[in-house]
Structures are given as C-alpha cells and as structure tokens.
Design a protein around this ligand. Sequence first.
Ligand code: IPM
Ligand code: MN
Length: 347
Amino acid sequence: MTCYKLALIPGDGIGVDVTDATMEVLTAAAKGVFSLEATTFPWSCAYYLKHGAMMPQDGIETLRGFDAIYLGAVGWPNTVPDSVSLHGLLLPIRKAFTQYANIRPHRLLPGVEGPLRAGAFDILCIRENTEGEYSGAGGRVHQGQDNEVATETAIFTRKGVERILRFAFDQARARRRHLTSVTKSNAQKYSMVFWDEITDLVAQDYPDVTVSHMHIDAMAAKMVMAPQDLDVIVASNLFGDILTDLGAAIQGGLGFAASANICPDCSGPSMFEPVHGSAPDIAGQGLANPIAAIWSGAMMLDHLGERETAARILTAIEGVTAQGIGCRPGSHSTSQITAAILAALEA
Ligand code: IPM
Ligand code: MN
C-alpha cells in the first residue's frame, strides 16, 4: 500500500481546528486504499514569539523530503505583524518549491446560497504564485522623512508568465475550453502588454480553447454580474489574490474556498491550504467551517494521484451541504460538519 508523507503546518488560529478536521476526513477516506504518514510542525506566530522566526533556518530543507505540505492558516496580527509572519512561512514556501500555480475553484456547493441572484457557476481561477507583484523587489529610503520613498516593483519574466499560461490553457482544455486572461494592459503598458502577447502566443498551441482578454476591473464586475459565463481565469499574483477573495465571497464565503499551490513539473512538494485566514475572532471555539480545508485536502490527494479518493471526499462534502449542513455561517460547528462528512463517506 502506498504511503504518502505529509508535512502538516496547522499554523495559527482556526488553522489548527480545520487541519485536525481535514486529517480526520483524509485518514478515513484513505482507509484500505493508501496510507498517510503525517508529521506536524508547530511553525506559527506562537513559534515566532519563542524562537524569533516563523520556522527554523533549515525549515525549507526539512519540507523538501515530504510528498506534500498541508497548511492551515498563518497570521496572528496582535502579536506578530502579518508582513513578518507571511514572509516567514507561507510566501517563502511558495517560492522555494516554485509552486507557481495557485489553483482556486469557485462554485456554489449544493444547498449553499451565495450572495448573488446568479444560479450555478463553476470558475477555476489560476493565479501566478511566485513572481509579479509579489516578487519582493523594492525598498525604502529616508524612512520617516518628508522625502521618504518606497518602491515595490512587479517583476514578470517570460518563463514565469509562459508557464502559468500554459498551465491555465491545460486546465481549460480539461474543462469547458474557455480561458479568460485577466490583466490591466490598458494602463500598465509594459508588464501587462507583455502578458497579453504571451497569452496570444501560447494560444496558438491551443486552437481548441477559446481565449478572452479582460481587464481586472471589468472582471471584478463580471464575477458579480455573470459568473456563469466564466470557465478558467488566469491572472497575475496580486490580481489573482484579489479575484479569489471575490470568488470566495460569491461562493458563499471563505469557508468554501479551497486552494492548491502546485509546481506541475517539479519534484518538490506542493502545498494545499484553504484560502481563509486564521480568523482570530472565532479561533479555538470550534466554529470554523472546515469545508474549504477538507476540499483543499481532497485537492492534495488528487495531486498525489489518488483521484478516486479525492472525488469521494468531494461527493461527501456535496452530500452534506445538500442536506443544509455547513451552508450558513454559524449553523453548525466544526465537529458537526466534520462528523457529517465522515458519515457521508461511510454511506
Ligand atoms: C492568499 C493570502 C496570502 C496572499 C497572504 C496571506 C499573504 O491572501 O493566499 O490569498 O496574498 O497570497
Ligand atoms: Mn488572498
């Protein structure tokens, strides 16, 4: 029986609650098919307060030996500024393992009433995850003075843009064969025009996929007004970040927003995490909706090649929400939703 080695980083706040829930479901679903050997790392803001770093110096090297990384949530801004905690854990992991494709599905699960009047929609957002606006190129001079300057330069490379577009085209090809590339090339005449050009170039290799170009502002409106018209969308790091919070909102909230950070062509581990943050206001109260986290866990199994088991988990989640369980904030506890998913898996 195959055994997958998982690195678990529950992190902060509700990250801990939803990681536990996810492992319960994954372990139950794997039973008799494959096994999971999980190693938990306490890397978090609490860890930072003790050790002065979010993870040990050799943290990345430690993670390299695993088949996949599962992350709950990072951030506890009352004690550690977000700019420190995220740059000490989540963002370096994405970059170190070249997890250039951030995959975020946005659709209404059965029984979930989103805030829109729209009916069914099924959007897959592909976000570039290693460069662009998150490249980290910049600096500050004359701090605190009138003449202070801060720069943060977005860096787009041909290699980086081409590979995320190819990945997005591949996803579109496996779905409804429509890709919308989201830029702001009317205003940003270097990087975004470059992105548009590469989109058209790559499109030549995918004559079976219809491509649209859309500006980020128009896309924000489209996702509210007519999300049902969208299939796969691809965007730069920051644009994809913003659009996927919008995507989460229209699918009923962050409790339903799953995500994967993958390197499609690397040997290093990929990382799976719900989109939601650490939610300090409800942390430790057993109130967090674990569906986004469990769905992210299913994406991890799918990525590891355990397609059938991943699909069984998704079906179980859908069965549970169809019964009205976990559909509205506060209607059910973390453990009630988890138990319902476990029961649906058994059935
Ligand atoms: C996300 C988050 C992160 C991001 C933050 C926490 C740095 O918002 O995964 O969407 O911007 O990538
Ligand atoms: Mn985000």
